[in-house]
Design a protein around this ligand. Sequence first.
Ligand code: ASP
Length: 432
Amino acid sequence: MDTGKLTRNILIGMIAGGALGVMLHMLALPEENVFRAVVVDGLFDIVGKVFIVSLKLLVVPLVFVSLVCGASNLSTSAGMGRIASKTIGLYLVTTAIAISLALSVAVLVSPGEGFDMGAEETVEFVPKAQPSLKDTILNIFPSNPFKAMVEANMLQVIVFALLVGVALTRCGQAGERTQKMFMDWNEVIMQMVIMLMKVAPYGVFCLLAVLFSKLGWEKIAHLGYYFVTVTVVLVLHLMLTYGLLIRLLAGLSPVQFIQRMLPVLAYAFSTSSSNATMPVTLETVRDRVGVKNEVASFTVPLGATINMDGTAIMQGVATVFIAQVYGIDIGMTGYLMVVLAATLASIGTAGVPGVGTITLALILEQVGLPVEGIALILGVDRLLDMMRTAVNVTGDGTVSTVVARSEGQFDRSIFDGESRQAPSAREEPSAV
Ligand code: ASP
């Protein structure tokens, strides 16, 4: 697969779909219009939805199989514990940086000052009940692996895959035979990802055409200040935090890194879901960036589940915005509480569209702000969700790369575009 051409085609699909959607929105065709009914709400919607379910279809088998392979290779070299602690540590630190950056910029520019609440129609926002910290911890451990897979409970699938991977290395020939079978399955599933990526430009085109034709652009003007603040912080975090991590800790060029990650950003933007993007993230991080499967198979699924820097940024700006609109000062302790709550909330948040606004309710409650305030920002949340998801997955790629570099599990020739990770090389026991 010529990945350069594919990336270009995905971007063309995105831009063309987005432009068509915006045009359709401006035309405001009535529902019974044949083009709108048959092509946009019919054909495009079906193709887009089939594309998303096909991505989701691959998530559970891909995570399970590639992580069993990764863990079985790593547990022989006793590197698993070290990789796990580095990864979780970096995910938490980057999220804390993201939310702190968001709070600082928002306090500086005051997006909520002078906001006219009257002009905003108030959609009623009903917060969902949040599980307690104790339940969140208990929920990581599966009692039934099939139930975990059926419900796509990623943390539970990860725990089960790690156990299987470690056990494989401890049962001699039976383990070796089973490990070979998993390695073969890994190739089969990766082939499915590659097949799906080939049709991605069409899927992305349809998704964006439908989405943008329905987007409430009018709200952006009213919520412009809030919208721009979130966007600026997202870009800052992408360039500064990830750029510095890639430059200083991984010793690589940030520009080249983003170029390599472009397909992932495009998928995340189009699907608004870190989970649905995960097959592409894993493929890209391994075959375009150069992270070995031993690290990527653990860091990527975990990141899609617990690492949401873009979401934390939206939550930081939204908290300040809502506090200012309602004229409530939450003070320094309030802000510190927000940093803590948002960092922890991202762990229990699944990477699906719109979930960030649900966890925002938890954060607002923590600092005593009115949860109904969320209704004010819902109008522009769809577009922001697309952008913040792109940042979320870039964060997963960044941490994977940094961890892989520090563990000697990185293939520089792949990053430099000189080779691709050979199937047999993916799963060979590491030399570390
Ligand atoms: N859509 C985001 C993701 O999947 C989560 C959110 O911010 O709502 O990463």
